[in-house]
Design a protein around this ligand. Structure first.
Ligand code: AHR
Length: 659
């Protein structure tokens, strides 16, 4: 590959860069330093493994809009995860209709006909005709907490319908209840708040019509009032907090393969995901489930802002996934391209996204952002085009059209190209060739590999040509969530820091995975409805991100460079002045590395040390979430010292240079 073959040129260039950056960096008096990307470590979020619906998105009801369909799973239909109920010898009917829906984007709704409400002799309990929602394997409620219920109803009979709505245990014990009557023959939104009387992990929402008549209902939603930062239509706080705790510098969204979709009709179109939830376009999630788009572009940008991360949206490159319809079985021949006559409209859609994010409230799309509750711009700086597509002539032509149009109208946006799903090979080469030809500022690379590959390729980016595009390592992981996987990733990440002048950004993938609903087995955080399990890989990512610097120093840590199990890096954070050492030992023995801080004028000897170590096979599970977690404590340093790195360990030593 031209890029790799240029390694001599790259090395010369790197030496030059080191020299130049050393002479202009903040740490001007310190030799052997270079500026590195301040946005190096961030997150990649994709709705895979029930990460959004049933996961980070705090909606508690499943199939709230009656849009589940057999195209998503052959056994699914509009009443999936709802049960028809008629307690008290009552009887009636239920159907799913599409005439005059709440919104054309949301075509299905349910109609209940309450023919008889049984108050038979000897019957005690609620009587009526209704439905109950089972949530995502139950609804978690906590005593004293409030839950916001909303639903759209249209009264189809002359007289009002009385509704009794409750949260109940599986045995029918009431945990919360509210009552109201319909008051309109048109679609109307009704809201109520339910306060749970006790803790229960698998509640159901019961909606009972208790007077005779007919009623249409749709978009039945239940949210905990306590979402992350109490945002309406918000995020599950424990999961969101775990992400916020990582201090990510950016978040890539919405994927992943979800971006380009399984077939052209399944591409992720950002405009379908904003506005009131009843107007959003739900669709099949290509990972085999249903995507409400409830966690859409607005919620994503808001979350980025809430945790101080830069948004990095990725738009489809106007082609679908090469594996559309499962064609990976025959070699990924499923890529389809948007017809050329649709390209101008599509390009406008991409430009509109930039206006929606950054435009003034007086612009057409900026006004929509303001209407949604955010008049100030979101300060979008990055935009990805495409996700690891097969690099075909169809792809290249469309990528170029989108790239040229955005570059010409918005030169301020840093555009990110793509280079296939592997670390090398045909698509990788072709992707980089396009990037070099068009001078794409940043190229997205993806690879999922064995831990040994990461150890063996620790020097990958040392060889990259500093004259061409920068790298965004948008998806990477070693296959597995054991400690050894995480430690191999840590070793590789010291290489990312060392090359932080050319590697602009990096994000582990995938991020979240719901227990029993997982399509991709190596993930950063596992969870069920109640518990979240950060993996050792999470802690490595978090330690790198929380202890990120913006200047890299060579020759501070000396190790046996022939011993591939050892890796290390040293950075400084210009805001705090802190020096941060990262030391990795991917072996079964304690190994010593030497630290020499004499190039720094002042250091505070009272430092802080965080160590993640254990048995290579250790992992965290739902029943033991903290088997492998880092421990932090005080550590005394001097200008020179030896550090015995424990077996299978990752250590971060943070040293203050200011009082
Ligand atoms: O991270 C899981 C998947 O891996 C992503 O959707 C895709 O981009 C890659 O193949």
């Amino acid at each position: 590959m031209k890029r790799m073959a240029n390694s001599l040129k790259a090395t010369v260039c790197m030496v030059f860069l080191l020299f130049v950056s050393a002479s202009i960096s903040v740490a001007q008096t310190v030799k052997g330093s270079k500026k590195i990307s301040p946005d190096l470590f961030g997150l990649f979020f994709e709705d895979i493994n029930y990460s959004a619906d049933g996961g980070l998105y705090a909606e508690l009801l499943q199939n709230r809009s009656f849009e589940y369909s057999p195209t998503e799973r052959k056994e699914w239909h509009p009443l999936s995860f709802w049960e028809y109920i008629s307690p008290g010898y009552s009887y009636g009917k239920i159907s799913v209709e599409t005439t005059s829906p709440v919104h054309p984007n949301n075509p299905h709704y349910t109609v209940l006909t309450i023919e008889h409400v049984g108050n038979e002799v000897g019957y005690v309990g609620d009587a009526g005709v209704g439905i109950k929602n089972l949530g995502y394997e139950g609804i978690v409620v906590r005593a004293g907490e409030k839950y916001d219920l909303s639903l759209f109803a249209r009264q189809l009979s002359a007289s009002p319908i009385s509704l009794k709505i409750s949260l109940e245990t599986t045995a029918g014990k009431k945990l919360a209840e509210t009552n109201f009557s319909t008051s309109s023959g048109e679609w109307k939104k009704y809201t109520a708040s339910l306060t749970a009387s006790e803790n229960y992990d698998s509640a159901q929402l019961v909606i009972l019509g208790t007077s005779k008549g007919e009623i249409a209902m749709d978009v039945i939603s239940l949210f905990p009032q306590k979402t992350f930062k109490n945002r309406p239509n918000g995020l599950r706080p424990d999961l969101a907090q775990l992400l916020a705790d990582m201090n990510p510098k950016f978040i890539r969204f919405p994927g992943g393969c979800l971006v380009h979709g399984s077939g052209l009709g399944n591409m992720y179109r950002w405009k379908n995901t904003i506005g009131p939830i009843e107007q959003r376009v739900a669709q099949k999630n290509l990972w085999g489930y249903h995507q409400t788009a409830g966690l859409g572009y607005y919620e994503y940008f808001q979350f980025c802002e809430d945790i101080g991360a830069k948004p990095l949206p990725v738009v489809p490159a106007a082609v679908s996934c090469q594996n559309s319809g499962g064609t990976w079985r025959i070699g990924g021949t499923g890529q389809r391209a948007l017809p050329m006559e649709e390209m101008q409209d599509y390009i406008q859609e991409v430009l509109d996204l930039i206006e929606w994010a950054n435009g003034p409230v007086t612009s057409a799309w900026g006004a929509k952002r303001a209407e949604a509750g955010h008049p100030a711009p979101f300060n979008l700086q990055y935009l990805g085009i495409g996700n690891e597509e097969k690099i075909t002539p169809e792809f290249e032509a469309r990528f170029k059209m989108i790239y040229d149009a955005v570059k010409s109208k918005h030169p301020e946006i840093i555009l990110i190209g793509t280079s296939g799903p592997f670390h090398s090979g045909e698509d990788f080469e072709k992707g980089w060739t396009i990037a070099n030809k068009l001078e794409v500022p940043v190229v997205d690379e993806h690879y999922y590999v064995q831990p040994e590959w990461l150890i063996g390729n620790h020097y990958r980016y040392d060889k990259y040509n500093r004259d061409s595009s920068q790298v965004y390592l948008g998806e990477y992981a070693s296959w597995g969530n054991k400690l050894r996987n995480a430690i191999a990733e840590a070793a590789f990440m010291t290489g990312l820091e060392r090359n932080g002048d050319i590697v602009k950004m990096a994000s582990y993938a995938p991020l979240l995975a719901k227990d029993k609903f997982t399509q991709w087995r190596t993930d950063m955080i596992f969870f069920n409805n109640v518990t979240a399990v950060p993996t050792p890989n999470y802690y490595v990512q978090k330690l790198f991100s929380v202890h990120q610097g913006d200047t890299y120093f060579s020759n501070v840590i000396t190790r046996d460079t022939k011993d591939s199990s050892l890796a290390a890096s040293c950075v400084q954070d210009s805001k705090t002045g802190d020096i941060i050492l990262k030391l990795v030992n991917y072996s079964k023995d304690t190994k010593t590395m030497k630290v020499n801080l004499s190039k720094f004028k002042k250091i505070n000897t009272a430092a802080e040390k965080t160590v993640l170590t254990g048995n290579g096979d250790d992992e965290n599970t739902l029943s033991k979430t903290d088997k492998t977690i880092p421990s932090t404590g005080a550590f005394t340093v001097s200008k020179t010292f030896d550090y015995p790195a424990p077996p299978m360990s990752f250590t971060v030593i943070r040293i203050k240079t200011k009082p």
